[in-house]
Design a protein around this ligand. Structure first.
Ligand SMILES: [Zn+2]
Length: 392
């Protein structure tokens, strides 16, 4: 038996790796930060071997209590992920599993490797109307990919130019917190539908808006196997008010690209360690919050409730007090800066408690489905972005 985390997104400390029935592992901290939660570890030469695996420092995790009701993700080939029964006694996270193949990977959630990210970008750029914009580099020099999805029809561009009718600008970013890989799975699902020329909702949305999609806001953190920070230890979702080239170049360059394009509708996609639901957080705590934005938020949420199997609006974060919004976060900063409809979207690490899946838990497939259903809510809101709410 061999145990390793020496690969893209891998993260673990092997404490005792000789006895398959008493494997002891430790959660590793993010680079440069006092954060630990993500793990991803590969076992080789273990077919038919009953494994008993303990994460002995689980109580020291950043969201330790979130391990209550959590089940470890497993895959034999890195494509299909399933859950294994897991116990957390408040101190140690433990699971028993007998692999059906020679190699198995266990992870906090289904990883989204950099190679898959590159494939996603390449495939999107091969579609008509899609361009790749790289506004800058990550701290370690990886390209920040912004996929710009415009209408595929050249005639439409000419008509827009002639009438000076500017299209709406929709931005979606994911994985500021790199361990929240469900965000990039969601972006993949959204892009797949958006680029489907036979989907009437996608066709209508692309005629009226240009989409700017950043599937991975934190490429270094993802490759390094971090849960929340970039290579320099920065939490990018606390960097939007004052990003810097020294600490948060990823936010600095994407924020500048937003200033260049303008923003009418913004979504920042995350995963939540504790809450077993999908939910939105809006801008009610922003100084510039208004009746118009309240109307738009409600319209988006009601449309998404109808379009998505998984979205709900009963459970979520406590609402901010007026003026109490944290403008260091992307959702609040973009909403305030551009006076636009702006949300943080959360998905669970565990499962959707309203509609649980005993075998898979919350999964890449469910994330992609939610991404696809966002298009209905976006399309409905495009008509209302400028106007005053009815009855005002
Ligand atoms: Zn997050």
């Amino acid at each position: 038996m061999q145990i390793t985390a020496d690969f893209d997104g891998g993260a673990i400390e092997v404490l005792h790796g000789a006895d398959p029935r008493a494997v002891e592992l430790g959660l590793r901290g993010d680079t440069g930060a006092d954060v630990r939660q993500w793990f991803c570890v590969r076992f080789d030469d273990v077919a038919g071997q009953p494994l008993v695996v303990s994460l002995t420092n689980a109580a020291e995790a950043t969201y330790a209590e979130a391990f209550d009701g959590y089940r470890v993700c497993a895959s034999y080939e890195g494509e299909r992920w399933f859950r294994v029964p897991t116990r957390f006694d408040g101190s140690v996270l433990c699971f028993e599993h007998t692999p059906a193949a020679a190699s198995v990977t266990y992870a906090y959630f289904a990883p989204y490797p950099w190679q898959r990210h590159l494939g996603l970008v390449e495939a999107a750029c091969a579609a008509p109307g899609v361009a790749l914009h790289v506004p800058g580099l990550s701290a370690l020099g990886r390209p920040m990919h912004v996929l710009v999805v415009d209408a595929p029809e050249a005639a439409l561009h000419e008509a827009r130019a002639a009438s000076r009718a500017a299209p709406r600008r929709v931005w979606l970013i994911a994985r500021q917190h790199p361990g929240e890989t469900m965000g990039e799975w969601l972006a993949e699902g959204l892009l797949a539908r958006l680029l489907d020329a036979t989907d009437p909702v996608a066709v209508a949305a692309r005629r009226r808006a240009v989409f700017h999609v950043v599937p991975n806001m934190n490429p270094d953190g993802g490759v390094l196997g971090n849960q929340r920070t970039n290579a320099l230890g920065a939490d990018l979702n606390r960097a939007w008010l004052a990003p810097s080239a020294d600490a948060s170049p990823e936010v600095l360059c994407v924020r500048a690209a937003m200033e260049d394009s303008g923003v009418d509708l913004f979504l920042d996609v995350h995963g939540d360690e504790r809450n077993p639901w999908c939910f939105l957080a809006g801008c009610e705590g922003n100084p510039g919050y208004s009746e118009r934005l309240r109307f738009l938020e409600n319209l988006f949420e009601q449309t998404l409730l109808a379009a998505s199997r998984d979205f709900q609006d009963e459970y979520g974060y406590p609402r901010d007090e007026p003026g109490g919004g944290d403008l260091r976060t992307a959702g609040n900063w973009v909403g305030e800066r551009f006076g636009c409809l702006s949300f943080t979207l959360e998905m669970p690490f565990k499962d959707n408690a309203n509609d649980p899946d005993p075998r898979l838990g919350w999964s890449p497939t469910r994330s992609m489905e939610l991404g696809a259903s966002l298009l209905e809510a976006i399309l409905v809101c495009l008509d209302w972005l400028d106007g005053e709410p009815p009855g005002s």
